[in-house]
Design a protein around this ligand. Structure first.
Ligand SMILES: [Zn+2]
Length: 294
């Protein structure tokens, strides 16, 4: 056994990291009392146990059912970055809690479905809530999580995040007009952790996920696309941003997913639509593509 002085750096990806520097000293002991407690980032919790954690604690794993899902996502400003956010409520037989889903995870949950969620973090905004992290994974649970009516009926409020400045919740503008330009780019997401890959070679056989390190066949990555669309509105040309969530929702609602085999087909589709109607917010981010008059 030994005792030494060091600094501990909390690192989500690698767990706790011990940093040794020039002030570090080491003393050797013959025996030492040591009470090991598994860090919260490795443990499985019930929702009631999560409620006993502190803000900024990590949650290794929960198994819960999505009992409510916000209808539309919104764009929020987090330290200068525009990120997509959707709220939901998850519950098990012990309690219900709010869960904020960010970016690529938004499309992974449906109301009424049970999931195993890993690598979440605890935040406080009014009451404690959970948030996804860059390492969060979500998979459908094999067994259904039963939520008793007494838990399902608990009221939770959707409150604004403390650190985030809400950009535009209401005041969406609807535009109807012909598309005069469109530029979309492919995106590839890990089928396990759903993280977007920054470099992806379609011609390779395998690809190691940049987020979860899982080596997988290139074909098992999920394709998505995002980009910008320019719409004529009278004399004005609006340049609007299409997030992958909004675009994928539009394609699946209109049975157009096969166009993704070549992203240019999606671009051409928008020209063929003729009149393009959508709602966008103050940051020119399209929130809903409402019609496609093919
Ligand atoms: Zn991954």
């Amino acid at each position: 056994m030994f005792q030494c002085t060091f600094s501990i750096v909390d690192n989500v990806r690698d767990g706790l990291v011990i940093w040794i520097n020039h002030k570090t000293t080491v003393r050797v002991f013959k025996s030492i009392d040591f009470d090991y407690k598994e860090p919260s980032c490795c443990r499985t919790f019930t929702v009631a146990q999560v409620a006993g954690l502190k803000p900024k604690d990590y949650v290794g794993k929960i198994q819960a059912k999505v009992v409510w899902l916000q209808a539309a996502s919104k764009m929020v400003n987090v330290h200068g970055d525009m990120l997509e956010l959707k709220e939901c409520h998850v519950a098990d037989d012990t309690k219900k809690i709010r869960l904020s889903l960010w970016e690529g995870l938004i499309g992974d949950v449906e109301e009424g479905v049970s999931y195993v969620l890993t690598n979440l973090a605890v935040r406080k905004g009014g009451e404690l809530y959970l948030t996804s992290t860059k390492n969060t994974t979500i998979r459908v649970s094999e067994e259904e999580v039963l939520v008793p009516p007494s838990v399902a009926m608990l009221r939770l409020e959707v409150k604004q995040h403390e650190q985030e400045q809400e950009v535009e919740q209401e005041g969406l503008t609807t535009v109807q007009g012909p598309v005069c330009g469109v530029k979309l780019a492919d995106q590839w997401q890990c089928s396990s952790c759903h993280k977007r890959q920054l470099t992806f070679n379609l011609k390779a056989i395998n690809h190691r996920c940049e987020a979860c390190d899982l080596l997988q066949r290139v074909g098992s990555y999920v394709q998505a696309a995002n980009g910008t669309v320019m719409v004529n509105k009278g004399d004005v040309t609006l340049t609007l941003k299409l997030t992958s969530t909004v675009l994928m929702t539009y394609l699946s609602q209109n049975d157009l997913q096969e166009l993704l085999s070549d992203v240019q087909l999606v671009e051409e589709h928008f020209f063929e639509v003729g009149v393009f109607e959508n709602q966008y917010n103050a940051n020119n981010v399209v929130v809903v593509v409402t019609t496609g008059n093919v």
